[in-house]
Design a protein around this ligand. Sequence first.
Ligand code: HEM
Length: 387
Amino acid sequence: MFDKGGPFFERARELIGDGLVVCPHRLHRQQRRVLQPAFHRNRMPGYMADTAERVAQGTAGWQDGHPADITDDLQAISTRILVSAMFSSTLPQPLFTQIAQDATTVMSMVAQRMLIPTSWRWIRPPGDRRYRQAHARLQESLQKIVTDGRTTDTAQDDLLTMLLKARQSPAGGHPSARSEEGMSDQEIFNQLMTFLLAGSETTAGTMAWALYELALQPDLQQQVHNEIDTVLGGQPVTHRHLADLKLLGRVISETLRLHAPAWLITRTATTDTTLGRHRIPAGATVAYSAYTLHHRADLYPNPERFDPDRWLPSRGTPPSGAYLPFAQSARKCIGDVFATTEATLVLAAILTQWQFHPDPTQPRPPKPPIGAISKAPITLRPTRRGS
Ligand code: HEM
């Protein structure tokens, strides 16, 4: 009755092909079945193995007490973690850096491009040339890695190896069909671009808003620091600390409520249908907003207040369907565990070293640009802890 559609998805399809986020229902089940194992919880320790190193690189430019554009820095960290998870750490360093830079350039501009209707494609948005160059180079690099991956028999534990080994039944056939084939290079490229598009800005935006909220509540930030110090005991954060970082986990849940990154989702009606009291004609675009839902006072008392303790087990859980940062049902985010694991580990690594204060040169709350993803340009003033 409803399928992926509307101008946003049509434009996205032109840019990243029929990867998992935009593919229509008829192609979805098979793609999801093939990709799901790559996002199993037990794969996360491997994907996140070099988080501390990525954080150290991404925060290297911060100076004690000076304002920093944390959204951009977190975007670079998040993209590097994704690229590591895709290709493990075996890429030559210059190629890794090139891919991470090109992916960051493309992803930071792609969301705005998606808002330009197909019929206005003649519009050249700012930075168009840089975007096109980065996109072409990224495509070339990824295609070379995929080709090399086919000819080298590696035992890597990364996303690319999972995709190269994945078998699918032809032309959307039933998974139990006997004749199975691997993904084409183009299909693998589309899925890798999809992960970059779906996974970097969303997670980076969440982490930036979490630090922003902590900067506004020094007492809460102190409690988070205390938790991290106790759990880590002076060691670098790793996946095994995850379960004990409970307050930080609640901070992330509350950030995803108050600042849901994918704030507006659309679908197209495939037949004439009704939704509640509304008649929806075939072809109409419908939209729902997790952001609006998460700000409803009947579901979340005092909804504008950032209160991680809403998520204490003793306070109960919101009614079914009231908390949708990752959507739900068949098209639920495949990267939800990846995103929350990454956010917890990256924030713990950063907060071990740094304390955050509002930036006096950014006196008003940062406003997200109009786009599908509510990533706002946030600057904060980091100071070194203990200095
Ligand atoms: C905080 C971070 C994230 C948020 C808030 C988020 C949110 C969402 C939402 C709301 C959807 C549903 C879209 C729809 O119904 O049209 C979605 C789908 C998806 N997300 Fe995420 N996402 C995040 C991180 C990630 C990461 C890290 C990855 C991959 C590495 C990822 C990959 C995907 C994919 C492939 C889909 C399509 C799933 C399908 O249709 O089967 N996301 N995400």
